[in-house]
Design a protein around this ligand. Structure first.
Ligand code: NAP
Length: 301
C-alpha cells in the first residue's frame, strides 16, 4: 500500500500500525516535505499512482483536498482509506462513494475514536436503555495538539470540529436514536474561517444533548461523554478509552484504535465492501448551516 501526507497522525499512528499489520506492506508514500527511509517517495498521489503497482492507499492529509486525492486513487483502481473527517462536504463523499462503487474498489471512511476501548461496550449497554440527557465536552489546547497547523482554522479546516467530530463519531455510534441539531453558536476568530469554540444543542429521540467544543482549553484536557439513562449515568472519558457504568469502577484498556482500523480495512477489501458513515460529518455540516457565528479576537499559534 501507499500513504499520502506525512504529518503528525501519519507518524504517530499510521506508520506503526501498518508496520505491525500482517496484511499490508508500505511500498510507497507521497509527501511534499516528509521522508520515510527505505520506502519509495513521490511528490503527490498522481505521481505515485502513475508509477507504482499498488493495491491500496491511506490518505493522512488535511480534509481539504482529500476529495481530489481519493478520486485519483479510485480511478487508478486502488482501495482507499480516509482519515477523518472523510471530506469537507457531504456531496464530495457521496461522489467518492459512487466512484468507488463504479470502480469496484473499497472506500473506508474511518472514525478512529469509534475504535476506542469503551465505545463498543457503551453501545451495547445503551442499546436497551431510555436516554434522558447527554452531555458532550471536548476541550483541548490547539497549541499543544496542533502546533502550527494553520490549515485547521482555514476554509474546510473544521476548526474545533476537527477534534469535535471524534466526539460526534462516538455519539452517533453509541446512542440508540439519530441525533439532530437544534441550535448552535460558533466563535470564529477575526480573519479565520473556522471556529475555535462551539456550543450546540442537539436532540437524541426525546433527550436533550448539550455539546461543548473548546480549542483554547489549557490545563486539564477533557474528551468526555456522559449519558443519563433510566438505569443511571454512563461516562466515557479520555476520548472513549475509559468507560464507567453506573455503580461500577472505571475500566480502561490499551489504545488499539489504528491497528483495529487497518484490520477492518483489510476485512473490507477481502469482502469487496465499503464502509462510509457520514452521520458525524452531517451533524457538523448542519451546525455550520444554522449556527449563530460570533467573531472573536484574532488568534495566533
Ligand atoms: P499535519 O500534521 O498538518 O499533517 C498533514 C500532512 O498532510 C502535512 O504534513 C502535509 O504533508 C500533507 N498535506 C497535503 N496537503 C496539505 C495541505 N493543503 N495543507 C497542509 N498539509 C497538507 O496534520 P495531522 O494532524 O496529521 O492531520 C491530518 C488528518 O489526520 C486530519 O484530517 C486530522 O483530522 C486527522 N487526525 C489527526 C490527529 C492528530 O492527533 N493530529 C488524530 C487523528 C486524526 P506533506 O509534506 O507530506 O505533503
Amino acid at each position: 500500500m501507499g500513504i499520502v501526507g506525512i504529518g503528525k497522525i501519519a507518524r504517530d499512528q499510521h506508520l506503526p500500525a501498518i508496520a505491525a499489520d500482517g496484511d499490508f506492506v508500505l511500498a510507497a508514500y507521497a509527501s511534499r516535505h516528509g521522508r520515510i527511509d527505505d520506502v519509495k517517495g513521490y511528490h503527490d498521489i498522481a505521481e505515485m499512482t502513475a508509477d507504482g503497482p499498488l493495491d491500496a492507499v491511506s490518505l493522512c492529509t488535511p480534509p481539504d483536498g482529500r476529495y481530489e486525492q481519493a478520486l485519483t486513487a479510485i480511478r487508478a483502481g486502488l482501495h482507499v482509506m480516509l482519515e477523518k473527517p472523510p471530506a469537507v462536504t457531504l456531496s464530495h463523499i457521496a461522489a467518492l462513494e459512487q466512484a468507488a462503487r463504479e470502480a469496484g474498489v473499497t472506500l473506508f471512511a474511518t472514525w478512529h475514536s469509534r475504535e476506542a476501548a469503551g465505545v463498543a461496550p457503551a453501545r451495547a449497554w445503551l442499546a436497551d436503555r431510555t436516554i434522558t440527557a447527554v452531555r458532550i465536552d471536548w476541550r483541548e489546547d490547539i497549541r499543544r495538539w496542533h502546533p502550527g497547523q494553520e490549515w485547521i482554522l482555514g476554509p474546510g479546516g473544521f476548526g474545533v470540529f476537527d477534534p469535535g467530530i471524534n466526539a460526534l463519531s462516538i455519539a452517533t455510534e453509541i446512542l440508540p436514536h439519530e441525533l439532530f441539531v437544534e441550535s448552535a453558536t460558533m466563535d470564529v476568530p477575526e480573519g479565520r474561517a473556522s471556529p475555535l469554540a462551539a456550543s450546540i444543542a442537539m436532540r437524541c429521540g426525546d433527550a436533550p444533548v448539550q455539546v461543548e467544543f473548546d480549542f483554547l482549553q489549557t490545563g486539564p484536557q477533557t474528551w468526555s461523554i456522559e449519558v443519563d439513562t433510566d438505569a443511571g449515568t454512563l461516562r466515557l472519558a479520555m476520548g472513549g478509552s475509559i468507560l464507567q457504568l453506573p455503580g461500577e469502577d472505571e475500566t480502561t484498556q490499551p489504545d488499539r484504535e489504528y491497528p483495529r482500523l487497518y484490520a477492518r480495512f483489510s476485512e473490507l477489501i477481502a469482502a469487496g465492501k465499503s464502509d462510509v458513515d457520514v452521520r458525524p460529518l452531517r451533524l457538523v455540516s448542519d451546525t455550520f448551516l444554522i449556527a449563530d457565528r460570533r467573531v472573536t479576537e484574532p488568534f495566533a499559534f
